[in-house]
Design a protein around this ligand. Sequence first.
Ligand code: HEM
Ligand code: HEM
Length: 222
Amino acid sequence: MAYKNSGYGLSSAPVSVLAHLLALAITSLLLAWLLHFRGGLSFDSINKQKIFNLHPLFMVIGFILMGGEAIMVYKTMAVKKEAQKATHWVLHLVALISGIIGIYAVFKFHNELHIPNVYTLHSWMGLVTISLFGLQWILGFFSFVFPGSNGSSRTGFLPWHALLGAIIFLMAVCTAEMGIAEKFIFTGLKRAQEALVLNFTGLLIFLFAVCVGLAVILPSSF
Ligand code: HEM
Ligand code: HEM
């Protein structure tokens, strides 16, 4: 999308570097929260919270951070277009699989504790987001990778692919912010170290999303 907006006097390089640093900080804060304050991670445990903990882990690191990095590939990797494209779709596939595992984990947690499913706005937005993400991936794959897709339909679809991709990424970030606020309240947090860790995770996810958005809009430096 950058080619239409090259008048800002800024390239995408500084914002994408900042995005990588934010991704590292978010990963550290999230791991500190889940391992230090929330008791750890497990697919099978009598401590059901450990099963829940897989949900934010896969949704934030696997789905959002990986998805954001995949979007920025065209601005961060100074390699041939084909290599950028391959990295873009593979990272998005990893994000999609992580998202599916993360959602499976929270359903498992709900079912084992007999908590009703899909009763919050967060869960509705979450299911719409992962479904659109899956659809976007399939459409992207068949339009740009699958042999036989023709050049002019690819060119026509490209701006729509970029726009819808950015919207779906935004939906994922909104869903995660809602999930963080929900968990904060369910856990009964007030002013505490854990509250700061969780709130800062949410703030940095927002900043990461801003950087990804800017990286898409600004022209690359190569
Ligand atoms: C893009 C990221 C995310 C998506 C797509 C997503 C999706 C979902 C879905 C579909 C459910 C419903 C499961 C069910 O009904 O059995 C759910 C539940 C839940 N999620 Fe997330 N989630 C995301 C991120 C997060 C994060 C970062 C947190 C917080 C740490 C979180 C906290 C929760 C909580 C507390 C529930 C149980 C209550 C409820 O159903 O709303 N989620 N999530
Ligand atoms: C859910 C998955 C996907 C999302 C969210 C997504 C999102 C995006 C976004 C936001 C852009 C704009 C990047 C920029 O202009 O800097 C983009 C570009 C692009 N994507 Fe995807 N994408 C996804 C899957 C795929 C797949 C599977 C392919 C298959 C190869 C693909 C191929 C491309 C191509 C060729 C571009 C154009 C790069 C250019 O010439 O500027 N995408 N995508």
